[in-house]
Every structure is written in structure tokens, then in C-alpha cells.
Design a protein around this ligand. Structure first.
Ligand SMILES: [Zn+2]
Length: 156
């Protein structure tokens, strides 16, 4: 998979190691200000290595196997299959709801998104008392504590 078309700023947003991100960010800004293509290329290469180590970064068209929940740290999308089963599409998380908006599926395929972590999925469950995967209300004490249902938890 190639990330070559991604702007460096998108890649920085994906880093979970804050210290590395801060260093890369400052260096990237300097390189951009100076139009220093050599350093920008080096920064991009380093970020790509970090991204690959994180794994699960999607940048291409949505495929059937991409069913799941993705975030770039700002927007969160759920990829699901259409009822007809013929295609997949993205729903955007707005508050506690996943809503359909024209253009969102395209946005997801253009950005650099990673799969939601178990902790992030649980945080949603704790906040809204609902499973982020299947939208079931969490009533069982174990599910409430876990922040999601037992079956859906196996996905993380
Ligand atoms: Zn569930």
C-alpha cells in the first residue's frame, strides 16, 4: 500500500506517540517553510514507517473486508455493508449517532484513517451507555463496565 499521495500533515495527525509527533511536526513545519524537499521527503518516510508499524491504516477505496470503525483523530466513521450487500459505505459519528452524509464515503477513502482502538470504543460506551458497534443499549453490568457488548468486544 502506498501513502505517497498523502500530505505530511495528515500523517502527523495519525501518530499516537506524542513526543515523536511533536518533533516531526516542528521539523515538518520548518521544512515546509523553507520548501526543503529533501527534509520533507525524509520526514514523510519516517512517518510512513511509524504508520506502518501502527498498522491498519486505510487510504484506498472501501472494500467488504474494511467493515469497521475508523478515525483520523478528528472524524470517526463506521464502514458498513449496504442492505443489498452490493457495496459498503461510511457513516459519520456525530455526538452519539452515526449519520449518513453525502461525500463522507469519499472523504474516508481520501484520508489516512486507522481503526478505532478498544479504549476509544469503550470510551464511547461509557459516555453514551451504548455499544458503538451494534448500537445496543448497555444494561448488563459487565457490558457497562467494558463499554461494549461481549460479542462486539471480540472485534477489538
Ligand atoms: Zn454491540
Amino acid at each position: 500500500m502506498s501513502y505517497d499521495h498523502l500530505p505530511t500533515t495528515n500523517l502527523i495527525g495519525l501518530l499516537t506517540d506524542k513526543e515523536t509527533a511533536a518533533k516531526a511536526d516542528a521539523a515538518a513545519v520548518r521544512a515546509m517553510e523553507n520548501n526543503d524537499q529533501v527534509h520533507l521527503a525524509a520526514i514523510r518516510a519516517k512517518l510512513l514507517r511509524l504508520l506502518n508499524e501502527q498498522g491498519d491504516v486505510r487510504t484506498g477505496p472501501i472494500a467488504r473486508e474494511d467493515i469497521g470503525i475508523y478515525t483520523d483523530g478528528v472524524n470517526t466513521f463506521k464502514v458498513q455493508r449496504a442492505r443489498s450487500g452490493s457495496h459498503t459505505f461510511a457513516l459519520r459519528l456525530v455526538g452519539s449517532e452515526f449519520v449518513f452524509r453525502n461525500g463522507d464515503t469519499k472523504q474516508l477513502t481520501r484520508g489516512a484513517y486507522r481503526k478505532l482502538t478498544r479504549d476509544e470504543a469503550a470510551a464511547y460506551g461509557h459516555q453514551f451507555g451504548r455499544c458503538i458497534v451494534c448500537a445496543a443499549d448497555l444494561t448488563d453490568p459487565a457490558s457497562v463496565e467494558r463499554g461494549m457488548g461481549p460479542v462486539c468486544a471480540q472485534r477489538f
